[in-house]
Design a protein around this ligand. Structure first.
Ligand SMILES: Nc1ncnc2c1ncn2[C@@H]1O[C@H](COP(=O)(O)OP(=O)(O)OP(=O)(O)O)[C@@H](O)[C@H]1O
Ligand SMILES: [Mg+2]
Length: 262
């Protein structure tokens, strides 16, 4: 079943080619408030490229992006942030030698009326946002290099949502994490959903995806095979979409769905 209302984001007929390769070929994708939309597909399917068009890192050859029902101009990462689109890359891009608060405000530091760094205001804001995400987090005085993978992930997410992200892109957030930390990221995702934030989750782990995602979109050779609610398809059917490009009855087929022999 498709969700109702106005999507947070709608990408329509996106295409981009590198040299002769159609990395993304007429792909359409949408996302609703409080929804997790997983993007699945083999290596090189075009997942990261499609999402980098949305985050302003790549310039598309064709396609239109709507945010809250209105056409959006996204030509660079700054534009994307203006629309509340934040990306968390696998590397997290944290400054390892400083603490959580310093990371949250990196490049956007709070200052006192005298122009000096307002450390106490930054720490108190950091405690607020981290408390919302991960109430057990207490290590505000440690450099982030001392934190666990899951804790580092929560600092990266807190940094993204501190400046009012409505749309969060997570590219393989649990790829480098153990089971316990993966569960912790799952809790963070549920918290963000409850706040109405929409999440694009790129993942290779189909079990993770079925635990966390409301819908899945499968890509193959730059094209969308199909989109489905996780309740309308089985894991085996999704594997069939990934491997064979075969779109099951519970999914809405895209341009990349294998033609069915008559
Ligand atoms: N900057 C680039 N220059 C040239 N080709 C690129 C570039 N970025 C991606 N590609 C090509 O576009 C295609 C899609 O790549 P993309 O990284 O989007 O795949 P993916 O689905 O994210 O794969 P993975 O699961 O390995 O991350 C691939 O053929 C890749 O080689
Ligand atoms: Mg990728």
């Amino acid at each position: 079943m498709e969700p109702a209302g106005t999507p947070l984001v709608e990408m329509k007929n996106m295409s981009i080619a590198f040299g002769g390769i159609r990395a993304v070929d007429d792909a359409s994708l949408d996302l609703y408030p409080g929804e997790v939309m997983a993007l699945l597909g083999h290596n090189g399917a075009g997942k990261s490229t499609l999402i980098k068009i949305l985050s302003g890192a790549y310039k598309r050859d064709a396609g239109v992006i709507y945010v809250n029902g209105e056409e959006a101009t996204i030509a660079n990462p700054r534009d994307a942030k203006k629309y509340g689109i934040e990306t968390i890359y696998q590397t997290l891009a944290l400054a390892d030698n400083v603490d959580a608060a310093a990371n949250l405000f990196l490049g956007r530091e709070l200052r006192t009326p005298w122009g000096t760094l307002d450390d106490s205001a930054m720490e108190s804001e950091a405690r607020k946002v981290m408390g919302r995400l991960n109430p057990r987090f207490q290590r505000f005085k440690d450099p982030v290099s001392k934190l666990s993978g899951g804790q580092r992930q929560s600092v990266a997410i807190a940094r993204a949502i501190l400046f009012n992200a409505r749309i969060l892109i997570m590219d393989e957030p649990t790829a480098a994490l153990g089971p316990q930390e993966t569960a912790q990221v799952g809790e963070l995702v549920k918290q963000l959903k409850a706040e109405g934030i929409g999440i694009f989750l790129i993942s290779h782990d189909i079990h993770d995806v079925f635990d966390l995602a409301d819908r899945v979109c499968v890509m193959k050779n730059g094209q969308v095979v199909g989109t489905a609610s996780t309740g309308d398809v089985t894991k085996d059917e999704v594997l069939g979409m990934i491997i064979l490009g075969k779109c099951p009855p519970g999914a809405i087929p895209g341009p990349g769905a294998m033609a069915i022999a008559a």
